[in-house]
Every structure is written in structure tokens, then in C-alpha cells.
Design a protein around this ligand. Structure first.
Ligand code: HEC
Ligand code: HEC
Length: 295
């Protein structure tokens, strides 16, 4: 079954790729319209907060292997193979030290690397595509204040046809469509763009893309085999009954209304991301999640 699925995905992705090449100009659709630069004053400070809200550190740090924060090297197991996160410190040779603002925005919001290569969506740019350019550049400004670390890329262990990066071009045209959406209400922006909560809480379709029609409705096969509970229309848990205060408290301390505590990947999200947010931002997330449960 799995092999069949892989074969079909491969065939469809190839078709999509051909279509993509026929129908679009080769450059990416990323347009930097704002007059903002990672060198603007205050950007690095702002970026220190945004980078938390976006959870970048969780993946770009091989914490278990005693790596250095943002120097990459964390192994991420997926049904397509094992990916190793790259080095985001400003080392010119092995990190992003030589990247321009455009290069960075293109990678984060469109999944295209510095040499024009297609990046795999294990890097959740399908959510970050909705980030505002100035937030992306604030992150870059912050990363450039870090000490450069020499940490060469570890080789991904993925099998053919997925090892063929160009396939992602077709996949992206089919599945990345959200434009920059900074003007979403704050809670929605934090959940859908920065927090990329749907990357775990939304089920995936046949092609491994988020099922937009089932936003946050839970996912039986989350990272490392975790069952990820529904945050919308939950039937197996009482999440819909949690109050705004209870949701906000969980995002701060990991403690649930029944005094159980968050486990696994969610414990990591709280530790790396939501506990560092302002209480206003946690409340905005809670209000947004509540609003999705009111009909
Ligand atoms: C769920 C894990 C995950 C999260 C969260 C994540 N990344 Fe990544 N990122 C990856 C992986 C894996 C790759 C490599 C993808 C590939 O090989 O195609 C990557 C690639 C990148 C690249 C391209 C680097 C290069 O050398 O080509 C940049 C830039 C980047 N990420 C920045 C970020 C930023 C900024 C954030 C937060 C806004 C972030 N990432 C969050 C996993 C993640
Ligand atoms: C890396 C995957 C991942 C991401 C990203 C993620 N979650 Fe979770 N979440 C989980 C898992 C797994 C659980 C179940 C944890 C447990 O059993 O203790 C969970 C549980 C929860 C719960 C408790 C629900 C219940 O019924 O017990 C809430 C609330 C929650 N997440 C909110 C969020 C929000 C808000 C975000 C985005 C800021 C988010 N999650 C991002 C994986 C994730």
C-alpha cells in the first residue's frame, strides 16, 4: 500500500513538474514589495521574538546530540526518509552568512534554496508562506547576530524519486498557495503562519500536503508516530470545553485543565515557542482556537 502510494505520488508529481515547467516562468513568485531590510534598526531585537513564535529553533538545533542552537544537524524522520536540518548561523561557508535578504525570504516563504534548488516541505514553508516579509527579515537580522558556527550539511537519507529535488517544484505549485497574510487577526497569524500549528494538528492528504478543508482537525500520524489531537471539532477529547484561560495556561506551562502535562512534540513546542510569548499573544491564540469551536 505504501509503495503503491509512493509510486502514484511519484507519477503525479512528475506530471505536475512537467506542467509547472510549461506554465510558469522559472523564477519564484516571491516579491519583496515592502521597503524593509534586515538592517533596519530594531530588526534583530524584534527577530529574537519572532524566531520563538515561529519555532525555528526546534528543528535547527541538534539538542540531543549536544549541537549548538541554530547550527542544524537535527535528524527529522518522515515517511520519505530522514532529513537533516541545515545550519542557520551566519557562517559564510556552511551557514547563511552569504545570503541576501531576498535569498532568505525566498527560502522561508517559498522553499527555494540559495542555488535555486527546491527545498523539501519538511521545512514548513507551506505555513511560513503566510508570514509578512518584515517578520521574515527580522528573523534574518536576529540570526546574523549569532556567532558563526562551522557545521557542514549532513546528507539527507531519502530514496528515489524523492531524492530528486526538482519534483518539489510541481508539488509546490499544487500545494503552496497562501499569500503573505500579516493582516490576519493576531491569533490566526500566530497559529497559521508563525506557529505552524497545522503542520502537526491538521491531517495530510494523499500527497503529504496539509488538508486545507480539515484545518486543525487532528492527525493520527504526527511526528515520531505521535497521535496529534484535534483542536477543532474534537470528539475524543474535551478540548472544546477548555476555557480561553485554560488554553493560554497550557501554552505557557504545559499543564492541562485535568493537571496532566503536555508530552512529546507538544512539550517541545511549549518549551521552544509558546512559553516565550507575551501573555497577550498566548491569549490571542486561545481566542482564535475558541472561535473555531463556536458554531
Ligand atoms: C519542522 C522542522 C523545521 C522548522 C520548524 C523550521 N525548519 Fe528550516 N529547514 C528544515 C529542514 C529539514 C530544512 C532542509 C530542507 C531541505 O533539505 O530541502 C530547512 C531549511 C531551511 C533553510 C534553507 C537553508 C539552506 O541552507 O538551504 C532556511 C533558510 C531555513 N530552513 C530557515 C528556517 C526558519 C527561519 C525557520 C523558522 C521561521 C525554520 N527554518 C523552521 C526544518 C525546519
Ligand atoms: C511538532 C508537532 C506539533 C506542533 C507544531 C504543535 N502541536 Fe500541539 N500537540 C502536538 C501533540 C503531539 C499533542 C499531544 C500532546 C500530549 O499528548 O500531551 C498536542 C497537543 C496540543 C494541545 C492539547 C489538546 C488536547 O486535547 O489535549 C493544544 C491546545 C495544542 N497542542 C495547541 C497547539 C498550538 C496552539 C500549536 C501552535 C502554536 C501547536 N499545538 C503546535 C503536536 C504539535
Amino acid at each position: 500500500m505504501r509503495l503503491l502510494r509512493l509510486a502514484i505520488i511519484g507519477a503525479l508529481a512528475t506530471g505536475a513538474l512537467v506542467l509547472a515547467w510549461l506554465s510558469v516562468p522559472s523564477s519564484s513568485p516571491v516579491v519583496i514589495t515592502e521597503e524593509s531590510s534586515s538592517r533596519d534598526p530594531g530588526m534583530a531585537e524584534r527577530g529574537a521574538y519572532v524566531v520563538r513564535a515561529a519555532g525555528c529553533i526546534s528543528c535547527h538545533w541538534d539538542r540531543k546530540g549536544s549541537g549548538i542552537a541554530f547550527a542544524g544537524g537535527r535528524a527529522l524522520a518522515t515517511p520519505f526518509g530522514v532529513f537533516y536540518s541545515p545550519n542557520l548561523t551566519p557562517d559564510v561557508e556552511t551557514g547563511i552568512g552569504g545570503w541576501s535578504d531576498e535569498d532568505f525570504v525566498r527560502a522561508v516563504t517559498w522553499g527555494e534554496g540559495i542555488h535555486g534548488e527546491q527545498l523539501y516541505p519538511v521545512f514548513p514553508y507551506t505555513s511560513y508562506s503566510a508570514m509578512g516579509v518584515s517578520d521574515v527579515l527580522a528573523i534574518k537580522a536576529y540570526l546574523f547576530t549569532l556567532k558563526p558556527v562551522k557545521a557542514p550539511q549532513l546528507e539527507n537519507k531519502i530514496s528515489f524519486p524523492f531524492s530528486w529535488r526538482a519534483l518539489m517544484k510541481g508539488w509546490k505549485l499544487l500545494f503552496v498557495d497562501s499569500p503573505q497574510n500579516e493582516d490576519w487577526p493576531r491569533g490566526e497569524y500566530l497559529v497559521r503562519a508563525l506557529g505552524h500549528c497545522g503542520q502537526c494538528h491538521t491531517p495530510r492528504n494523499f500527497f503529504g500536503a496539509l488538508d486545507g478543508g480539515a484545518h486543525l482537525q487532528g492527525n493520527r500520524s504526527g511526528p515520531d508516530g505521535w497521535r496529534v489531537p484535534a483542536l477543532v471539532g474534537a470528539t475524543k477529547s474535551n478540548f472544546a470545553d477548555w476555557s480561553v484561560e485554560e488554553i493560554a495556561e497550557y501554552l505557557k506551562s504545559g499543564v492541562k485543565p485535568d493537571f496532566d502535562s503536555a508530552q512529546g512534540p507538544m512539550a517541545e513546542v511549549i518549551e521552544d515557542n509558546t512559553k516565550h510569548l507575551t501573555s497577550e499573544d498566548r491569549r490571542a491564540i486561545a481566542l482564535y482556537l475558541k472561535s473555531l469551536n463556536q458554531h
